[in-house]
Design a protein around this ligand. Structure first.
Ligand SMILES: C[S@@+](CC[C@H](N)C(=O)[O-])C[C@H]1O[C@@H](n2cnc3c(N)ncnc32)[C@H](O)[C@@H]1O
Length: 254
């Protein structure tokens, strides 16, 4: 039998924990600045959850603003990397929890802020995960979601999602802004704010980070080479395969 989605996630991310800790795209970016500003403006200093923490860049950015940080991820190696880096940075108030966002081992209303960055496009059941995020938030608590956006234009979106899944077989879906709005409302979030900006993905590091096979890189090259002009323009595909996607940030209230 072939491995299921959860096994694929673990295989993909367990092997790449150090690569994510070192990744320039993940260690920096305007999203971390936005996240810091939004959370600081709440002036809560409360319980903060980072769902799909990966190597912990969002957790580390927000740790000085929280009384306690819970870094959650299904990948044991990612969690070990986060725990070690937290010690090095002196964040004794950071704990790690192995779980998936769709089913979180926390009581209702435990957190003041639930955040997630560049992880939701891997989640098998995003509607269930958003309901969990709302469940574990205190009433009035804040949800911060950051992820690569899908495109409203179906032609462009099909190419973007195909590139994503060729590069990483654990990809599920980049949601478009209208999908996010609908899913957040369905999960019961209110006061939804959205902002977005372009994010350039440098081809070689993008595929290396996921250890994309040579066969898949060749398929990506063919897909890009044969893409119609609308795709090349919308995704700003460059001669070396680098391209520009959109990062979206959602800030909402439980
Ligand atoms: C790109 S990394 C996250 C990067 C990280 N949040 C940061 O700020 O740098 C994606 C992470 O999502 C995790 N993940 C995959 N499926 C998940 C799920 N269902 N629930 C929570 N995390 C999940 C993966 O194990 C991986 O560590």
């Amino acid at each position: 039998m072939k491995p299921g989605h959860s096994e694929t996630i673990q295989a993909q991310f367990d092997a790449q924990a150090q690569a994510y800790l070192q990744s320039a795209v993940h260690a920096a970016g305007p999203d971390l600045r936005h996240a810091r500003e939004l959370v600081a403006a709440c002036a809560m200093k409360g319980e903060l959850l980072d769902a799909g923490c990966g190597a912990g860049h969002l957790s580390f950015t927000l740790a000085p603003l929280a009384a306690r940080v819970t870094a959650l991820d299904p990948s044991p190696n990612m969690l070990a990397t986060v725990a070690e880096a937290a010690v090095q940075r002196g964040y004794a108030h950071l704990r790690t929890v192995q779980a998936q966002s769709e089913s979180m081992p926390f009581n209702d209303g435990h957190f003041d802020i639930v955040a997630s960055r560049y992880s939701a496009h891997h989640w098998r059941d995003l509607p269930a995960a958003l309901k969990e995020m709302r469940r574990v938030l205190k009433p009035g608590g804040r949800m911060l979601m950051i992820d690569i956006e899908g495109c409203e234009d179906a032609l462009v979106d099909t190419h973007l999602q195909t590139m994503e899944v060729l590069r990483d077989r654990s990809h599920v879906r980049d949601r478009s802004p209208s999908e996010w709005e609908r899913l957040l409302l369905q999960a019961g979030f209110t006061d939804i704010e959205h902002r977005s900006w372009p994010t350039r993905l440098e081809f070689n590091s993008w595929v290396e980070r996921m250890r994309t096979s040579g066969e898949r890189v060749a398929m990506l090259r063919t897909l890009q080479r044969e893409a119609p002009e609308e795709i090349r323009k919308a995704l700003a595909i460059e001669s070396d395969g680098s391209f520009t996607a959109t990062t979206g940030l959602w800030w909402a209230r439980a």
